[in-house]
Design a protein around this ligand. Structure first.
Ligand code: 1GP
Length: 232
């Protein structure tokens, strides 16, 4: 059950249902020793794309979870569902609004053990997700740390996600977030991890690192990020 298993994750690959990945590459990713495959993206996510990727990942034993970006692309069959809330969005809908609407419509179908709330702090102004969610990315490290404290010690969210999607982030910001978070919340980090070295740097502070883009550009480098953080 997702509510338990995410606590041990050190590494996950995030695979975008809107991008092509070959069967060989997918096999290597799923058999890499990563803790989970997260299916998710911010643009062009469709139900067909999600179902296709789910069925291909399901050939392997690795846990597979869906990070929900649109209600229309939710389908049963995943090991769990990650629900992002963008804490530094300037639009209410990305913090709580869409979630409220979805629960009003589908709340009766939700198994609480299978869902997990992620408090996002989106920090790369050039990322698609920053534009989509109107994230206020120009934050000082103290401001990010305040979001971490809010998410961790005040709200006790299960996950605080420092998101630099597309670029490698400021590790001092990540360290300060970790220090402010308290011990109830896991720190996820994603953005620009494209080598074993960067995987190690981020995992010095993050409990779980998420690797995305590099898996399309350099599969070998992507696979090296697993070995960098996990003892297999
Ligand atoms: C994206 O945090 C993930 O949501 C991973 O980022 O694609 O830059 O690796 P990258």
């Amino acid at each position: 059950m997702l509510k338990q298993m995410y606590r041990t994750w050190q590494h996950a690959f995030k695979i975008d249902p809107d991008k092509d990945v070959s069967d060989e590459a997918l096999e290597a990713l799923c058999e890499s020793g990563t803790d989970a495959i997260i299916v998710g993206g911010s643009q062009g996510v469709t139900l067909d794309g999600v179902i296709d990727l789910l069925s291909r990942v399901r050939r392997y034993t690795v846990p597979c979870v869906l990070e929900i970006s649109t209600v229309d692309s939710i389908t049963p069959g995943f090991d769990g569902y990650l629900i992002p809330s963008v804490l530094n969005s300037e639009k209410r809908e990305w913090i709580i609004g869409l979630h409220h609407k979805a629960i009003e419509a589908y709340g009766h179908l939700i198994d609480d053990e299978e869902i997990l709330l992620e408090g996002y702090c989106v920090l790369n102004k050039d990322a698609a997700v920053a534009e989509l969610t109107a994230a206020k990315t120009a934050l000082t490290s103290d401001e990010v740390a305040a979001y971490a404290q809010l998410a961790g010690r005040l709200w006790e969210m299960p996950v605080f996600y420092v998101e630099y999607s597309g670029t490698f982030g400021d590790m001092d910001v990540l360290k300060q977030a970790k220090d402010a978070l308290g011990d109830k919340t896991r720190l996820f980090y994603g953005g620009g991890i494209d080598s074993a070295e960067r995987a190690k740097q981020a995992s010095a502070y993050a409990d779980t690192i998420i690797v995305g883009n590099i898996l399309y550009d350099d599969l070998k480098a992507a696979l090296a990020t697993v070995k960098a953080v996990k003892t297999l």
